[in-house]
Design a protein around this ligand. Structure first.
Ligand SMILES: *Cc1c(COP(=O)(O)O)cnc(C)c1O
Length: 350
């Protein structure tokens, strides 16, 4: 176990299932296996649950009792921070940009779950730059420290980012083990790339283990050319933490630009169709923000004959299904409305 020595608090159901998907496979013309990170447990599953096992490991050793984070209103990260705080008897203080109008319908999806999970939700101005977001979090940290609590900021630039990558080195080892008995060597594994920490860990772990499977990262929140060096950096930080000599280079994985179009969090007709298709052929819900875009990229790669017919391909469902309820208008039978407001609500989700 590569991550054996890392401090860790256990609450995720591992290993997550690696499922055959016969009806989807038949429709797509490949042998599709689905890695169900969405069934990881904690609250509603997802890749953030896995990383919080490692984050909480070191935060608990430091005596932290208050978790502070900033992200979008539909953030899966914030939902899982709220859930883990509840599980471990801590307090979660969540900073979200105030994009809601007083006349809007009641909050849905993850934003609703923040309230149910008992988080202290603070509204900050939308569109803040990094320095302002950090300053807002530091002000909250000082506020809680002043009350005698032990607060910590969970930010991508801090240990949280390394934890996310370390967690997916662990997931890579798990997947490698699950595939050990497979008849044919898998061709590739498709996964969403937001900030790239998850894909970096998966690719680093698979490279370290000598897996021939190629990681196909679908870039949701930025362009491939910009994310490639970020992914190298995330992997290098994690390799250093884990004491691995393996280094990940951008050429070790394939980064695909998202072709689903018109902006982060916007649900287009092709995305709606692929959500319906995966649901109706596998009984699985994929989220509109990340995994539906990965599914579309997979379909596109198969159509372009970049994947040999019948090849074994792994599709990682990284979770995020609560977002679906925020798109009820477009996703219910025949529904299509203009929901461009989602681009704002989801912006910067991680
Ligand atoms: C955060 C998130 C991702 C992206 O993870 P990164 O490490 O930021 O690339 C993918 N899918 C879902 C559902 C997420 O919540």
């Amino acid at each position: 176990m590569i991550c054996r020595e890392q401090p860790r608090v256990r609450f995720v159901h591992l290993p997550t299932p690696l499922e055959a998907a016969p009806r989807l496979s038949e429709a797509l013309g490949v042998n599709l296996l689905v890695k169900r990170e969405d069934l990881a447990g904690l609250c509603v599953g997802g890749n953030k649950s896995r990383l919080l096992e490692f984050a909480l490991g070191s935060l608990r050793e430091q005596g932290v009792d208050t978790l502070i984070a900033h992200a979008a209103e539909q953030s899966n990260k914030l939902r899982d921070i709220a859930a883990v705080a509840a599980r471990c008897g801590m307090k979660a203080v969540l900073l979200i940009p105030g994009t809601r109008h007083p006349d809007d319908a009641p909050p849905q999806g993850n934003r609703l779950l923040f309230d149910i999970l008992g988080a202290d939700v603070r509204i900050v101005a939308p569109g803040l730059d990094r320095a302002c977001v950090m300053a807002a979090q530091e002000a909250v940290r000082d506020e809680f420290a002043g009350r005698g609590r032990r607060p910590a900021i969970l930010d991508r630039q801090l240990d949280y980012g390394i934890d996310a990558t370390v967690a997916y080195v662990d997931a890579a080892e798990e997947l490698h083990r699950q595939l050990a008995g497979a008849a044919a060597a898998p061709h590739s594994v498709f996964i969403a790339v937001g900030a790239g920490m998850t894909a970096a860990g998966l690719a680093l772990g698979l490279k370290h283990l000598g897996s021939p499977m190629r990681v196909m990262g679908v870039c949701i929140a930025g362009r491939a050319v910009e994310l490639a060096p970020e992914i190298e950096r995330h992997a290098a930080r994690a390799a250093e933490r884990l004491g691995l000599a393996t280094r990940l280079h951008a050429g070790d994985l394939t980064l695909l630009d998202d072709h689903a179009g018109i902006g982060y969090g916007v649900l287009t007709p092709p995305l709606r169709d692929v959500i319906h298709r995966f649901a109706r052929l596998h009984g699985m819900i994929i989220d509109p923000v990340y995994n539906a875009r990965v599914a579309l990229a997979l379909v596109e790669q198969i159509a372009a004959r970049r994947i040999p017919g019948g090849a074994t391909v792994v599709y990682v469902n990284t979770g995020g299904s609560p977002a679906i309820y925020d798109y009820a208008g477009e996703l219910s039978a025949g529904g299509e409305g203009d929901r461009s407001s989602h681009a704002v609500a989801a912006a910067g989700a991680q």
